[in-house]
Design a protein around this ligand. Sequence first.
Ligand code: ADP
Length: 215
Amino acid sequence: KVNLIIFGPPGAGKGTQAKFIVKKFNLFQLSMGDLLRDEVKNKTELGNKIDNLISKGNFANDEIVNQLLEKIITNQSYKNNIVFDGYPRTISQAKNLEKILSNENQSIHSIFFLNVPREIVEKRIMGRMTCEKCNITLNEFFNNEDEINNHKCGSEYLKKREDDNEKTIIKRYDEYMKKTKPVLDYYSSSNNFYEIDGGLKIDVITSKIDQILRV
Ligand code: ADP
């Protein structure tokens, strides 16, 4: 029973790896981006607030993010079973995560950093497609035509994310370097921190993570 953090720049493969680990070890994937997008889609009170911020080009603030986080962490059925994907993104979020976890008598078992250079990240984000039905992520440059055209839910469900365009990729990468890189420095000295070459093949990365979790 573990809580894990998967860390890395946008497009590093965090979601892809999180989905494998979650399935294999029967864990819960906490993707902050998905949580925020779900609130907006379900038009909750919080969702409207998020929509207001996002539509003006701002990102959800710490207060909103923390509120969503607490809802998941205090849910007993997810206790010590969470894979944090794309969270925390700032030092203040990292400290807050520790606080909420320790209040609930939980901790972080390991932190995985997928290290990927910017050139690779750009191509991965530009080609990214996620299935609206089963949530699997594919890539128009890396998956072959059959995998895309014969996707089991129907290829019409494979959608690109609106923020996955050339313009925002550079902005998101710069934001990552500015705000999220310090979080990496904050974690990198702990003995449960593992850096993995995120440029490797998907299944090679998965087995590296798998090996570490089995020890
Ligand atoms: P993140 O969650 O870090 O933003 P994703 O998991 O959504 O990244 O991956 C971004 C894109 O790159 C997706 O299209 C995915 O299929 C592809 N991808 C992920 N990991 C790898 C990898 N190791 N090698 C090649 N492509 C990958």
